[in-house]
Design a protein around this ligand. Structure first.
Ligand code: DAT
Ligand code: MG
Length: 170
C-alpha cells in the first residue's frame, strides 16, 4: 500500500517537474485596440490571471515586419488590408510567460471572428468586426518563439521573479 502510494507520488512529482512554467506567448494590441484605449484592459487581464510580463514596447511597425509576421497568410485576399491596417498606427507588442500561456492566451483573446467570441473574452467583450479584432496572440509555442524573435531582441526580454510566484503555482 505504502509502496503504491510512493509510486503514485513519484509519478505526480515527475509530471509536475516537467511543467513548463516558462512558456512564452507573443501578444500584440493592434492599432484599433490602441486607438480604442484597450491596452490597459489587456494588460490587466494577463496580470490578473497570474502571467508574467517579460517584455513590452510601444511602436509603429513597418510593412516589412508585418509581412514577415503574417507570412503564413500572404496568399489570403485580406492580407494587403491586414498589413496596411496593422502598420497604420501604433501597436503594443508584449511577451507574457507562464504555464500554458499560448493556449490560455488564445482562450483569453477569443476567436478570430469576434462574432464567434464569447463574452468574457477580449474579442468577445471589445470588438465586432474580424478586420478590427484589436489583438494578436500566438497560435502555437513554435510560432510564439518565431514571433518573439521577430519583435524583440534577446536583451529586451527581462529576467525577473514575481514575488507572487509561489501563490500562483503549487
Ligand atoms: P488570429 O489573429 O485569430 O490568429 P489569423 O492568424 O487567422 O487569426 O489571421 C490574422 C488576422 O487576419 C486576424 O486576426 C484578422 C485578420 N483576418 C483573418 N481572417 C480574416 C478574414 N476572413 N477577413 C478579414 N480579416 C481577416
Ligand atoms: Mg494567427
Amino acid at each position: 500500500m505504502v509502496c503504491t502510494l510512493l509510486t503514485v507520488l513519484a509519478a505526480f512529482t515527475d509530471a509536475m517537474s516537467k511543467r513548463n512554467l516558462a512558456e512564452r506567448s507573443f501578444i500584440m494590441i493592434k492599432p484599433d485596440g490602441v486607438q480604442r484605449g484597450i491596452i490597459g484592459e489587456v494588460i490587466k487581464r494577463f496580470e490578473q490571471k497570474g502571467f508574467k510580463l517579460v517584455a513590452m514596447k510601444f511602436m509603429q511597425a513597418d510593412e516589412a515586419l508585418l509581412k514577415k509576421h503574417y507570412a503564413d497568410l500572404s496568399e489570403k485576399p485580406f492580407f494587403a488590408g491586414l498589413v496596411k491596417h496593422v502598420s497604420s498606427g501604433p501597436v503594443c507588442p508584449m511577451v507574457w510567460e507562464g504555464l500554458n500561456v499560448v493556449k490560455t492566451g488564445r482562450f483569453m483573446l477569443g476567436e478570430t471572428n469576434p462574432a464567434d467570441s464569447r463574452p468574457g473574452t477580449i474579442r468577445g467583450d471589445f470588438c465586432i468586426d474580424m478586420g478590427r479584432n484589436i489583438i494578436h496572440g500566438s497560435d502555437s509555442v513554435e510560432s510564439a518563439q518565431k514571433e518573439i524573435s521577430m519583435w524583440f531582441d534577446e536583451k529586451e526580454l527581462v529576467e525577473w521573479t514575481p514575488v507572487q510566484h509561489s501563490m500562483v503555482y503549487e
